[in-house]
Design a protein around this ligand. Structure first.
Ligand code: ATP
Ligand code: MG
Length: 333
């Protein structure tokens, strides 16, 4: 049976990339198939998070899930720390995954920077925990942005090796990433070669879901571009990463293809295109930010949703973990 799982880290302000690459897809999928969407607080502490703020950051992501249309009666919405089986399965997978596999992960290289010996061990084994997040529910489909493609391949490798080593063919499914559309890889507004990220220190690099209309317009106005008008073809656009990114954002927000956007704007300069893009972004994101603020006015209600979601998620996760203990041969199995 088809089962969907995805998550977002409470590691900073949610942005347009998170929305177009991930959140916008969740609400659509929930009506087609059982859907598990979590807030990844275990993942967030792979880099330092202030303990006094972490719980509130979790609530903000949960509010964003609800504001973008996830229905807690339909999907299971929960915090990772509400289902500790994720961590227990991750330990088993740490013993299945090979160092050589993790050494190839480009996200660790990017996030650990020049001094990888100072990065947390958790940042290194992050993709192993991610495999556990997915496979504890035996999820088959994982809607994520393009940056998670390599981690999904690692999940498949771990599932395959577990099934093989313990002699349980097909026990864990090999999940497929759902990476689609022009929104799957939104780039920084400051650098067309870096992805838009919560953890980017520059607030001007991203449009946050909670930015007001003025902030959105100002960030798009200041977005780095070249002086040429928009081209007529995708081939020409490909040579210009910043222009390609803004056209991609427009296409994703308007649910058009990039070709269709060029069809409308070819020959126009950014003086025309940027204000149109800003209007569109305000139209699409404004209501989401407003709804997030409203929901955050009642944190107890968000906590209730997360507690109920965790209970439902655990109904699936606990039996999987019980089976895994037996398969591995643990005393507690
Ligand atoms: P961090 O910098 O803390 O890693 P992030 O912005 O990368 O934050 P995550 O919580 O790691 O956000 O990822 C949440 C989801 O958003 C994932 O599915 C990820 O693939 C997707 N995503 C993140 N950045 C982008 C982006 N620039 N474009 C499209 N999707 C993205
Ligand atoms: Mg990330």
């Amino acid at each position: 049976p088809k089962r969907v799982l995805s998550g977002v880290q409470p590691s900073g302000d949610l942005h347009l990339g998170n929305y177009l690459g991930a959140l916008a897809k969740f609400a659509k999928l929930q009506h087609e198939t059982p859907t598990f969407i979590f807030v990844a607080d275990y993942h967030a502490i792979t880099v330092w998070q202030d303990p006094a703020k972490l719980k509130q950051q979790v609530r903000e992501i949960a509010a964003a899930y609800l504001a973008t249309g996830l229905d807690p009666k339909v999907a299971s919405i929960f915090a990772q720390s509400g289902v500790p089986e994720h961590a227990e399965l991750a330990w088993v997978f740490n013993c299945v995954a090979r160092l050589g596999w993790l050494d190839r992960m480009t996200q660790f290289k990017e996030k650990s920077g020049k001094h990888k010996e100072r990065a947390s061990v958790g940042l290194y084994t992050y993709p192993v925990l991610q495999a556990a997040d997915i496979l504890i529910y035996k999820a088959t489909h994982v809607p994520v942005g393009e940056d998670q493609k390599q981690h999904l391949e690692l999940t498949r490798d771990i599932a395959g090796k577990f099934n093989h080593d313990f002699g349980v063919p097909n026990y864990f499914p090999l999940p497929d990433p759902l990476i689609q559309g022009p929104g799957a890889r939104i780039m920084s507004l400051r650098d067309g070669k870096a992805k838009m990220s919560k953890s980017d220190p520059s607030d001007y690099s991203r449009i946050n879901l909670t930015d007001d209309a003025d902030a959105i317009a100002q960030k798009i106005r200041k977005a780095r571009t070249d002086p040429e008008p928009l081209p007529a073809t995708l081939e020409e656009l490909k040579e210009r990463p910043e222009a390609e990114n803004l056209v991609g954002i427009y296409a994703a927000l308007a649910e058009m293809t990039s070709e269709q956007v060029l069809g409308e704007f070819a020959g126009q300069g950014f003086g025309v295109f940027k204000p149109k893009l800003a209007d569109l972004a305000v139209e699409k994101l404004g209501p989401i930010g407003g709804e997030m603020r409203r929901l955050l006015g009642d944190p107890a209600e968000i906590d209730r949703v997360l507690a109920e979601g965790a209970a439902r998620a655990r109904e699936i996760a606990a039996p999987t973990m019980a089976e895994v203990r037996k398969i591995v041969g643990f005393w507690a199995g």
